[in-house]
Design a protein around this ligand. Structure first.
Ligand code: FAD
Length: 310
């Protein structure tokens, strides 16, 4: 059995593993795919102290750092259920898809999230070549250019306001008849001179020249017409889905499905902690996920000290 079992091998899980191992306690990390979303990231320019890196390169460094400690890495394993410790000092159980049952005195959940995709032709082909999901990450790549933001909820409208200050022109594309963002955000957006808002518009196709995006086609849902927009970037902002389906009914989740945590990363179950994109922590970023992983690990260590018999 482990003192700390970490479920999820992205930046949050890797940071949690290093912090736990440095306390000299038995640490395991279970991951469906070590590296998580960072594996899918092309350029990273906002991981402070590293001016520029690439996702897979950062993942190799994360793995090397974890492996330099005595940590059991169980890669390509998916957790399917969690039973929290029945009492303080008891064991939690994590069952994997392969049928294994892992026991641990504390668990740190860091299963991350995934962006909801448009599922239209061209989206996959031009992912990272004009199709982007994170304005904080990729906004500066489109300085002075024309972009679309797909999605008129809070995240889409916030992204459009943010991008309008960097790029040349923003077209916000909303599928429904009205934007769903807070009124204050909608007012701010409407006041910006380089933003056009399209409602009742369904994104149909991402267009490109073979190397990068050069436009998109949307359907005007009132007239049925297909209309082409020429642009260089498309930010998809139609939702971030936390990987927490398997925890429903076990832990308190927000209405978005994020694991509710307190300031120490403690979930609604004693002995179970969580960190990173799968939690209610605002702003989903690598540097934030790492800090949260470190915090949850220290939270778990504190729990272990207090729960073990003298
Ligand atoms: P994740 O990275 O999502 O890792 C989750 C881990 O949990 C993975 O190992 C996964 O396999 C595992 N997992 C999930 N479910 C299970 C399960 N049931 N059982 C076992 N394991 C499971 N952020 C930046 O700061 N800068 C950027 O430039 C940047 N660019 C990005 C570009 C793209 C294309 C994407 C998708 C994201 C980008 N981000 C960027 C966001 C950043 O990648 C995330 O905020 C960060 O990876 C979150 O870390 P995490 O550890 O919480 O989760």
């Amino acid at each position: 059995p482990y003192d700390v079992l970490i479920v999820g091998g992205g930046p949050a899980g890797a940071a949690a593993a290093v912090y736990a191992a440095r306390k000299g306690i038995r640490t395991g990390i279970l991951a469906e795919r070590f590296g998580g979303q960072v594996m899918d990231t092309v350029g990273i320019e906002n991981f402070i102290s590293v001016q520029e890196t690439e996702g897979p390169k950062l993942v190799t460094q994360l793995e090397q750092h974890v492996k330099s400690y005595d940590v059991d890495i169980m890669n390509l394993q998916r957790a399917e259920s969690l039973t929290p410790p029945a009492e303080t000092g008891g064991y939690a159980e994590v069952r994997t898809a392969s049928g294994a049952v892992l026991k641990a005195k504390s668990v740190i959940l860091s299963t991350g999230a995934r962006w909801r995709e448009l599922n239209v032709p061209g989206e996959q082909e031009y992912r990272g070549k004009g199709v982007a999901y994170c304005p904080h990450c990729d906004g500066p790549l489109f300085k002075g250019k024309r972009v679309a933001v797909v999605g008129g909820g809070n995240s889409g409208v916030e992204a459009a306001i943010d991008l309008a200050g960097i790029v040349g022109h923003v077209t916000l594309i909303e599928f429904g008849a009205e934007l769903r963002a807070d009124a204050v955000l909608q007012r701010k957006l409407a006041s910006l001179p380089n933003v056009v808002i399209l409602k009742n518009a369904q994104t149909m196709t991402v267009l490109g020249d073979g190397n990068k995006v050069n436009g998109l086609v949307y359907k005007n849902r009132e007239t049925g017409d297909d209309i082409r927009l020429d642009l260089e970037g498309i930010f998809v902002q139609i939702g971030l889905l936390p990987n927490t389906d398997w925890l429903k009914g076990t832990l308190d989740l927000s209405k978005m499905g994020e694991i509710e945590i307190d300031a120490r990363g403690q979930t609604s179950a004693a002995g179970v902690f969580a960190a990173g994109d799968c939690t209610t922590v605002p702003y989903k970023q690598i540097i934030i996920a790492m800090g949260e992983g470190a915090k949850a690990s220290l939270g778990a260590f504190d729990y272990l000290i207090r729960s073990s018999a003298p």
